[in-house]
Ligand binder design. Structure first.
Ligand SMILES: Nc1ncnc2c1ncn2[C@@H]1O[C@H](COP(=O)(O)OP(=O)(O)OP(=O)(O)O)[C@@H](O)[C@H]1O
Length: 270
């Protein structure tokens, strides 16, 4: 594991790690009435990988989706509190902030790769076109850069016009990463990005995530404790819609402060 950060256990400010975002008293209610996130407070360290772990149904994906306002797609879902993005102090949850612009700044990669039924090029250029980028030369430049950053360029440079769905599973997932990278996001959200992949494709996505954190801040949901330990600098353990413990991955995995965390990571629970 490289690039491990310095910091403190708990939800106190992290020494030496500037936050990219602060989660302040975040509550989230689904339109079914479920109060899924309960008063979350956390700082997301800049240019680090932070893993969200916890048993099924504890609210990891729900939390992740708050960052790019995915829940806005379904009427009646309700946020309270703030997610403040730095350096401009934008509250991502403010109704005055356009969720489409939020999704350019906060990209997301899902469990199952979901390329659009379009060409490789059109997939990566998608967000740029939403931003009304029409200059063909600039589009080509940005698409190539994103594909290189996603470690896919060499494999697809001669088939940019072919249908993205013809790529392998691992290539499709890297294409989705390239699509998210094309708009220069500040945070990338990964929701179980390797759970549908074989071990080789998983290793290449993990390596990519480790390289990308030099450029973007990363939040990842994973069920896989080994993956969280390999990949992340920080970890947040969630249970029943709350953050039970947040701190440096090494510390949380070796000397957790809370018994609940200890029980979960040693497999005695969940
Ligand atoms: N669209 C939805 N509408 C209503 N409730 C939902 C919705 N999606 C999730 N939930 C509920 O919110 C709670 C948190 O679910 P969430 O998917 O965030 O958990 P998770 O920790 O990511 O779980 P898993 O590890 O199984 O993916 C659960 O009780 C779940 O049933």
């Amino acid at each position: 594991m490289n690039n491990k950060a310095s910091g403190q256990v708990g939800t106190r400010p992290l020494i030496g790690d500037a936050p990219k975002a602060s989660v302040l008293n975040l509550n989230f209610h689904y339109n079914t009435g479920l109060h899924a996130l309960k008063n979350l407070n956390m700082e997301v360290p800049q240019n680090r990988v932070t893993a969200l772990i916890g048993p099924s149904g504890c609210g990891k994906s729900t939390f992740l989706r708050c960052f790019n306002r995915m829940h806005d797609l379904y009427p009646g879902n309700r946020y309270e509190g703030e997610i403040v993005l730095y350096p401009d102090n934008t509250n991502l949850l403010s109704p005055q902030v356009d969720p489409i612009e939020v999704r350019m700044r906060i990209g997301m990669v899902f469990q199952k790769s979901n390329p659009f039924p379009k060409s490789v090029f059109a997939n990566v250029a998608y967000g740029l076109r939403i931003r009304r980028e029409k200059d063909r030369h600039l589009l080509e430049e940005k698409v190539e850069r994103a594909l290189r950053e996603a470690a896919l360029w060499n494999e697809v440079k001669d088939r940019l016009g072919s249908l993205a769905n013809n790529l392998s599973g691992g290539q499709q997932q890297r294409l989705c990463i390239a699509r998210a990278l094309a708009t220069d996001p500040e945070i990338l959200l990964f929701d179980e990005p390797t759970s549908a992949l074989d071990p080789i494709a998983t290793a290449s996505i993990e390596e990519l995530i480790r390289q990308l954190n030099a450029k973007v801040t990363i939040l990842i949901v994973t069920h896989n404790m080994q993956q969280a330990a390999r990949l992340s600098d920080f970890v947040a353990y969630m249970y029943m819609g709350e953050i039970i413990e947040f701190g440096l991955t090494d510390q949380v995995f070796t000397t957790p402060v809370k018994n609940e965390t200890q029980n979960y990571i040693t497999g005695r629970f969940g």
